[in-house]
Design a protein around this ligand. Structure first.
Ligand code: DX5
Ligand code: ZN
Length: 216
């Protein structure tokens, strides 16, 4: 499986988003992770489609948009028009999961389904054929900078055994050490916010993450 690093802009300097994106681009990040929160599905509010559209105009790295919102189906077109390449939404949302996946695909984006720590991985199985990626959350969604939950690894192992070819993403508390644990369990797409942007040299950190994901 290809290793992909997806820096989460949530931990970047919001006053200098274009410069922060360039750091990721230069360092060879395969994806850019954009966290959308509605203050309802999770207790926090972040950015929406207009900001993503503006960023898309200044960045050539594919956008990995993580929707932590209650009714994703209502907003799929907006995020597709804004330039999302992958749209991830949660299995625990209020929209119909199958319909939402079909909507993402009909808008020309790749579809991914996320599970919170308390949700069994089997929840994604009925939809796996249409999914490019499954996101196994390694923290409770809502905030950056939380501690990695190692007890999520069995979910990744189980999913990898069931679906050898699907992209498995992890998000939350990923750093140069925890990335090895996740890679060993079978994950191949790694979101990292604080580890990248709170480091002295984000570009060097991205390279180190990539290296460590390969050295499991
Ligand atoms: C949390 C978000 C994450 C967050 C990760 O709900 O989905 O993408 O930015 O931040 P770190 O890497 O700092 O745990
Ligand atoms: Zn995220």
């Amino acid at each position: 499986m290809d290793i992909k690093i997806s820096p989460s802009m949530l931990a970047s300097d919001f006053a200098n988003l274009e410069a922060e994106l360039k750091k990721c681009e230069t360092a060879g990040a395969e994806l850019i992770h954009l966290d959308v929160m509605d203050g309802h599905f999770v207790p926090n509010i972040t950015i929406g489609a207009p900001v993503i559209k503006a960023l898309k105009a200044v960045c050539s790295v594919p956008f990995d948009v993580h929707l932590m919102i209650s009714e994703p189906l209502k907003y799929i077109e907006d995020f597709a028009d804004a330039g999302a390449d992958i749209i991830t939404f949660h299995a625990e949302c209020s929209s119909d999961v199958g319909e939402t996946i079909d909507k993402i695909l009909s808008c020309g984006c790749k579809a991914a389904l996320a599970v919170k720590p308390g949700t069994a991985i089997d929840a994604v199985y009925p939809y796996a054929d249409k999914l490019s990626m499954v996101l196994v959350m390694t923290v409770e969604p809502g905030f950056g900078g939380q501690s990695f939950m190692e007890d999520m690894m069995p979910k990744i192992e189980k999913l990898r055994a069931e679906y050898p070819d699907i992209d498995i993403q992890v998000d939350g508390g990923i750093n140069a050490e925890t990335i090895k644990t996740c890679a060993k369990a079978g994950a191949n797409v790694f979101v990292a916010g604080s580890a990248v942007f709170k480091s002295e040299n984000p570009a060097a950190t991205i390279s180190l993450l990539k290296k460590n994901a390969g050295n499991k």
